[in-house]
Design a protein around this ligand. Structure first.
Ligand SMILES: [Zn+2]
Length: 115
């Protein structure tokens, strides 16, 4: 089964939220947690990136390129880059994978590849 990360869509005004907010940031009236969950799109544009060399031990990799990607619906998400020479503005395709594990939980994240 394909994994997904979900955004929360306000049932009153349609505004998308990621990560989850308890009150809608647009209409501000949604105080009853009335959100639909919708999967995030996997395609986007690389806005910026950085490479990390010192990671907590629960990461599955030694070095990590992290990018901020603007997805097709305008939501910005931080994800790992599996791209040799990333360039700002390039189009990327994401895939949701388990990026981090601890005792209690598997953490899903998006890994981006060159389109
Ligand atoms: Zn709303």
């Amino acid at each position: 089964m394909e994994l997904n990360i979900y955004a929360y869509k306000c049932k009153r005004c349609g505004e998308l939220h990621y990560p989850y907010k308890t009150i809608c940031k647009k209409c501000g009236e949604n105080d009853h947690n009335e959100f639909d969950i919708v999967p995030l799109p996997k395609k986007g544009k690389l806005l910026t990136f950085t490479t990390l060399y010192t990671l907590p031990s629960d990461y599955e990799v030694v070095t990590l390129a992290l990018g901020i990607v603007e997805l097709e619906n305008g939501i910005r998400i931080t994800g790992q880059l599996d791209i040799k020479n990333p360039k700002i503005g390039m189009k990327v395709n994401g895939k949701v994978e388990v990026v981090r594990k601890d005792l209690y939980k598997k953490h899903l994240g998006m890994i981006f590849y060159k389109e």
